[in-house]
Design a protein around this ligand. Structure first.
Ligand code: ZN
Length: 488
């Protein structure tokens, strides 16, 4: 099995470090799509990665996950923007293939990874076993991308850093992590690179949060940079206002739980989304806008992530104190059930009405959510409420796009439940918030690269950047290499 941790297909490898005199940046993921975030910086002296994320959404994603475009042994270190698997999920594979440098991340991100990477490895191992046994309908290789052992090894390479404190990473590279307001620990990266006596600054937005949302702070404005990488998940649309979003959410809950006598199933990233959804449910219940529902948080990782969230009170915004006290209060405890064991998880299957079931994965690609969809998706009295972005090729996207039937555990299931997509609950900044953050720059970056968005969203934001600010902006192609230095 271990020998199957090959370097994947015969995709062209990038040249060795030091081949070129100039500083270069290569887009190795989240270019024209939202997953697989990974950027390779080559200063001419050393090479490092910004993010090392997993591609998600089907066989093509699996193929990309298996073929690094570089030799992991050549990478000096990794800067990690945040804990989400589409930004961090290939770190164990990087380590498995020989990377032995440091992984720099904020303290909260490091704490979250302690939970997430071993969990991701479990999932990889389970899927590989399934594929081997012929149970998987998916076109996957039989070797796991990595094992729990690799995940644990990658945790050993983590170097926690503080927000706003300069970190010297190499003689020619320094960096500051700024709060991105997306999930706990999420960061915008400011990176300074020196080569030939000249300094170039690179800013990577990471995933930016929507301002004015609970639990995390608002994204930090950045004043200037030479080269900018900005995310564009919602580059082509605005969320409804928070008030309208909560109206929509309350209506979906009341309609289903009270009038419809069904269950509400919410696929949610265990980290970030689950805690924020709990917060909104607590708020709506406290305001008497919904009857206090029975909430099942069915994801051991969500429980662990909630513990990490509550442990990092120093990062919370003031509203979060209310969630903390609701969860800690007697009534809160009786209303929110965190299930850890498989047995408890399966008990939820027999609940026919009145339950809000929050489970991962957020895009329905794996995990316990698939069981809850199986039991509720074909019942017209139930509702599936999507609260996060659903990437192309994922099961979640197919349901959102109106598929009449979907395949779960080898069987076709008709989609009869109501499907709600509440974009306003997303952890991502919408178009106006992205442009608002970009408006914080005091001068035009020399180059702006619009990343982490599907083509329509990315190009729409690129056009808006050119029109509103007059900056030079472009959407990079996957594996495109660009110079980081001034032309000429
Ligand atoms: Zn994210």
């Amino acid at each position: 099995m271990a020998s199957r941790h090959d370097r994947g297909d015969a995709s062209p490898k990038l040249s060795r470090p030091g081949d070129r005199a100039s500083m270069q940046l290569t887009f190795l993921g989240a270019a024209g799509e939202v997953t697989g975030s990974c950027y390779l910086v080559d200063t001419g002296e050393i090479r490092f990665l910004i993010d090392c994320g997993m591609f998600q959404g089907g066989g093509e994603a699996d193929r990309k996950n298996r073929s690094f475009a570089f030799d992991p042994r050549d990478i000096a270190f990794v800067l990690l923007s945040h804990a989400h698997i589409d930004h961090s999920g290939l770190l164990p594979r990087l380590v498995a293939l020989g990377f032995d440098g440091a992984i720099y991340a904020t303290r909260a991100t490091a704490d979250l990874l302690e939970v997430m990477l071993p969990d991701s490895a479990h999932l990889q191992e389970r899927e590989a076993e399934h594929a081997e046994a012929g149970h998987s309908g998916r076109n996957r290789g039989t070797a796991p991308l990595y094992t729990v052992q690799h995940a644990v090894a990658s945790l050993g390479r983590l170097r926690p850093v503080e927000y706003d404190e300069p970190v010297r990473l190499a003689p020619s590279v320094r960096c500051v992590f700024r709060d991105a307001g997306h999930i706990l620990g999420s960061a915008i990266l400011e990176v300074w690179l020196t080569a030939g006596g000249a300094e170039t600054k690179l800013v990577f937005s990471g995933d930016l949060g929507q301002p004015g949302r609970p639990i995390v702070r608002d994204p930090t404005p950045i004043a200037e940079t030479d080269v900018l990488l900005v995310e564009s998940t919602y580059g082509d649309r605005n969320h409804k206002s928070l008030a309208a979003t909560l109206d929509e959410f309350a209506a979906a809950l009341n309609e289903t739980l009270v009038a419809g006598k069904g269950n509400v199933v919410i696929p949610a990233f265990a980290v970030g989304r689950t805690q924020e959804i709990l917060y909104f449910i607590a708020e709506l219940a406290a305001q008497g806008r919904i009857g206090p529902p029975e909430v099942y948080v069915d994801s051991p990782m969500a429980l662990a992530a909630t513990r990490v969230t509550l442990a990092h009170a120093e990062l919370h915004d003031p509203e979060t104190a209310r969630l903390t006290s609701w969860l800690a209060s007697g009534s809160g405890r009786s209303r929110v059930h965190f299930t850890e064991t498989l047995e408890d998880s399966m008990k939820i299957n027999s609940i026919r009405s009145g339950a809000v079931i929050i489970s991962a994965s957020g895009m329905c690609e794996g995990g316990r959510i698939r069981h809850h969809l199986r039991y509720n998706l074909s019942r017209p009295e139930c509702a599936i409420v999507f609260v996060g972005f659903q990437a192309e090729g994922t099961l979640g996207r197919r349901i959102v796009d109106g598929a009449a039937t979907v395949r779960l555990f080898g069987e076709e299931h008709p989609v009869r439940a109501k499907v709600h997509t509440i974009g306003g609950l997303s952890a991502h900044a919408d178009r106006d918030a992205l442009l608002g953050w970009l408006g914080g720059f005091q001068r035009a970056p020399r180059a702006t690269w619009v990343v982490h968005g599907e083509p329509l969203a990315a190009h729409s934001l690129r056009d808006a950047i050119e029109q509103r600010f007059g900056w030079r902006a472009a959407v990079p192609a996957l594996r495109q290499t660009v110079s980081l230095q001034r032309a000429g």
